[in-house]
Design a protein around this ligand. Structure first.
Ligand code: HEC
Ligand code: HEC
Length: 316
């Protein structure tokens, strides 16, 4: 019996190999540049390189409780549930935020994040958290922004490694402060899009909206707005995942369906998707908003929207 419990020399060798080989592989992969926004990966900045302020640090606790299962431990959209979800949870480090009040290509404001976190994204797996105390929602919004700035830093690091051939240690020692300041600057310098007063809905305005829609939107969204235009089946997002244009007959919009919500969607575009920011006068934008809203099938089911998110009082 004793000889069976005592490992022979061969087993010793195997055990040592089992420890050494992965370590060697890990070391040899050191010089591989990080993928875009890659923090959890082998090379590149980690959360430890990117100290969080007090609000973001509190937010991390909230995040680990409610968000990590979908958005992943370093916010890269790779949580355990993510493989079953379409659309996939957002990779915060990618810097692509769809539902913003800021100009095309910019990061969202804290208010934009608060809206998504409080109200969720209708028609996707992203739940709303209206019952989580406001302070916790604010903190977790700050943490999301922290992860987004880490992603910005990550891209800068990759550039310095690839183009300037600096090592990660050199970058950590000499460049990290500047990289951080640059990322903070990107957060501080966003421009919010003002929402003008909405004009009254008229048949003339809706007809004007239809005209623009037929030429600028129908190829993707379809002649009747069902999301089935001629190019709708070939569209892909920035990750090369298939993506379909919105079906306007359902009346379901991800981040709110008031005219003001839709005004911002059109003006700002949806970053990381083929949905572009739409140019034109305010009147032209309102015309399209009203036309889209007019396409809703009167029999479409209404979705429940919490009152804090602009929904009706429950009739009970
Ligand atoms: C059940 C899975 C799930 C959970 C839990 C979840 N999310 Fe999401 N989240 C998603 C999905 C899916 C999307 C992408 C929807 C889309 O692309 O339209 C998303 C998108 C987002 C966005 C992107 C908004 C934008 O403008 O692009 C933010 C911010 C966000 N989630 C924050 C959070 C926070 C904070 C938590 C925790 C408090 C959380 N999510 C919990 C699934 C989840
Ligand atoms: C190149 C294709 C393309 C064109 C052109 C296009 N869209 Fe889109 N649009 C999309 C895709 C794809 C989505 C869905 C993005 C997603 O699910 O994240 C979308 C989503 C939307 C949404 C939904 C926002 C929400 O909150 O759910 C609105 C509104 C919209 N488009 C309006 C328009 C209007 C109006 C035009 C023309 C002026 C237009 N789109 C032109 C591809 C396009």
């Amino acid at each position: 019996m004793r000889s069976m419990t005592r490992p022979g020399p061969l087993l010793h060798v195997l055990a040592i190999l089992a420890l050494v080989v992965p370590a060697a592989l890990l070391l040899s992969s050191r010089d591989v540049p990080a993928q875009e926004g890659d923090a959890g990966g082998r090379v590149g900045l980690t959360l430890a390189d990117w100290p969080a302020g007090p609000a973001a640090a509190r937010g991390r606790v909230v995040y680990d409780k409610y968000c990590v299962g979908c958005h992943g431990s370093s916010g890269m959209g790779d949580g355990t549930a993510s493989r079953w979800l379409n659309p996939a949870p957002r990779n915060f480090q990618s810097g692509n935020f769809k539902f913003r009040s800021t100009e095309s290509g910019q990061l969202p404001t804290e208010a934009d994040l608060m809206h998504v976190i409080t109200c969720g994204l209708a028609g996707s797996a992203m739940p709303g958290f209206p019952l989580v105390p406001e302070q916790e929602r604010r903190d977790v919004a700050r943490y999301v922004m922290h992860l987004a700035t880490l992603g910005l830093g990550q891209r800068e690091v990759r550039y310095l490694m690839e183009e300037e051939e600096l090592s990660l240690d050199e970058i950590r020692a000499e460049h990290l402060e500047v990289i951080r300041a640059g990322a903070e600057q990107r957060v501080a310098s966003v421009k919010t899009i003002p929402i003008p007063v909405a004009p009254p809905i008229t048949a003339a305005l809706i007809a004007q909206g239809k005209q623009v829609f037929d030429t600028q939107c129908a190829a993707c969204h379809g002649a009747t707005g069902r999301g089935d235009g001629s190019s709708s089946y070939t569209l892909r997002d920035y990750k090369d995942d298939e993506i379909r244009p919105r079906d306007f007959t359902t009346g379901v919009f991800r981040a709110g369906s008031t005219p003001q919500d839709l005004y911002l969607r059109l003006r700002a575009g949806l970053s990381g998707t083929p949905m572009p920011a739409i140019p034109g006068s305010d009147e032209e934008i309102w015309a399209q908003v009203y036309y889209i809203l007019s396409l809703r099938d009167p029999d479409a089911q209404t979705t429940y929207v919490p009152q804090v998110c602009g929904g009706e009082d429950p009739q009970r």
